[in-house]
Design a protein around this ligand. Structure first.
Ligand code: ASP
Length: 452
């Protein structure tokens, strides 16, 4: 059995929805179809989820909500009209959203917002089921309530209660035919609607794939595959990545590959379900398969990624290596400020801590540097900002001499200086920090060196 998830751009209008139906019907194994809310039809458009958030905000502010309400219903109505689905489904959606709005006063603002946001996928799943019927094909709507998807944690940032796996698995074993399932939300034990973080339909798909032990989790989006480098930086890249391992995916996602969210696919990864990234607009393309292992050609790289927004705290102290507890006390200072750190490359008498800039605004930097000076009495401490992390990833690098040398040579030939180099013992990737202004040249140089 296959679980497929279609994102908002795959369901933005009637044409896209018909493509989705064609894809599902083309393979009888595609039995569970997770849908997002309708997304953007073009660059200037607004996602239904964002329209719903605007509607919820207006209701919470006690304003007149007619305009925002009409904007939401209109998105569904235009799809229903074009597909000639009849008025009933639009009236049902309109009633549903009114019913949710009526709960504004009874719920906390966070609960109410989640209830409104969830309307996007919930109503879309119902509409998609009706669209299948209009094409003479049976597909049933099933949602988190009926199947027991219980969430916990914060509203808007909920996580799955692991006990749900058993309930979901039982529920799906009773279904026959195609099931259309809304992504992005579930219910708390108390029966309140709660949503995952934004983009959370990926999480729903991944959970269901794990719950039913799917043969594959197909994640349909609007790119043919995952590319070995960002096509905005290297437009000539044509060939996608056919297969990669979960480890490679995680490393590339860490360094900014935006096609998939690494935390969204945790349930599928833990259950060892292969994940296939595919394009709704080119269903003939095999896409990228992400799985536990793959045949690896020694000395090859799967991707070159880059992520901006890093900074580096550099601490130097003569005879640092003999000072017991220095590293622990340094990290303790960050922990007290609730700052997560990314990497810790070191020299004999120097220690760098790479962190994301978002966690070190200027006033926090001042506090952290002052505490380091007071408690550790270093000879020198500074913060380097505007760093970009380059990442070269590939299981094929393991036990292959010269991979890092090749990268260094490529950067040197491009006249780019490196601020830091870091390679973990897994050898599946190495990282090089450079100045942000060198990013595009550096990525091009590395791409040429490893794929040229
Ligand atoms: N519709 C939600 C969002 O825009 C969830 C999703 O599409 O995955 O974030």
């Amino acid at each position: 059995m296959k679980v497929c998830k279609f994102g908002g751009s795959s369901l933005a209008d009637a044409t896209q929805l018909n493509k989705v139906i064609d894809i599902v019907l083309a393979d009888p194994a595609r039995r569970i179809v997770v849908v997002s809310a309708p997304g953007k039809r073009d660059k200037g458009d607004t996602k239904v989820t964002d329209l719903l958030i605007a509607l919820a905000d207006a209701a919470l502010a006690g304003e007149n909500t007619d305009r925002q309400f009409a904007a939401v219903v209109e998105r569904y109505a235009s799809i229903a009209d074009e597909l000639k689905l009849g008025d009933d489904i639009v009236s049902e959606i309109s009633r549903d959203i009114k019913g949710r709005l009526a709960q504004c006063a009874e719920l906390s603002p966070a609960e109410f917002k989640d209830l409104m946001k969830a309307a996007g996928e919930d109503n879309n799943a119902k509409l998609v089921a009706v669209a299948f019927a209009a094409r003479g094909k049976k597909a049933r709507y099933a949602g988190p309530k009926e199947t027991g998807m219980i969430l916990r944690g914060e509203f808007g940032d909920a996580t799955l209660d692991p006990e749900s796996y058993a309930t979901l698995s039982r529920a799906f074993s009773n279904f026959e035919g195609i099931v259309i399932y809304p992504g992005f939300f579930g219910y708390t034990k108390e029966g309140k609607v709660a949503t995952f973080p934004r983009g959370g339909s990926d999480i729903t798909g991944s959970i269901l794939a794990a719950a039913v032990c799917a043969d594959v989790y197909e994640n349909f989006t609007d790119v043919d595959s995952v590319y070995p480098v960002d096509p905005r930086i290297v437009p000539e890249v044509k060939e996608g990545i056919p297969t990669m391992t979960y480890r490679e995916m995680r490393e590339l996602a860490y360094a900014g590959f935006g096609v998939f969210a690494d935390d969204a696919v945790i349930p599928a990864v833990r259950a060892r379900i292969p994940i296939n990234i595919r394009n709704t607009n080119h269903p003939g393309e095999p896409g990228t398969m992400i799985q536990q292992s793959r045949r690896v050609v020694p000395g090859t790289v799967v991707g070159v990624a880059s992520a901006d927004g890093f900074c580096n705290i550099v601490v130097e102290k003569y005879l640092m290596n003999r000072e017991i507890g220095f590293g622990r006390r340094l990290l303790q200072i960050l922990e007290s400020e609730r700052i997560p750190y990314e990497h810790m490359p070191s020299g004999v008498d120097s220690q760098c801590i790479v962190i994301k800039e978002q966690y070190l605004p200027k006033e926090v930097e001042r506090r952290v540097v002052a505490t380091i000076k007071r408690e550790l009495e270093p000879d020198f401490v500074t913060v380097e900002r505007d760093l970009t992390m380059l990442m070269v990833v590939g299981e094929g690098m393991c036990y292959t001499p010269g991979m890092l040398a090749k990268a260094c040579l490529a950067l040197a030939s491009a006249g780019i200086s490196m601020s830091m180099v870091n390679q973990g013992s897994s050898e599946v990737s190495f990282m090089i920090a450079i100045r942000k202004q060198d990013r595009d040249n550096a990525v091009r140089a590395l791409y040429k060196a490893f794929f040229g």
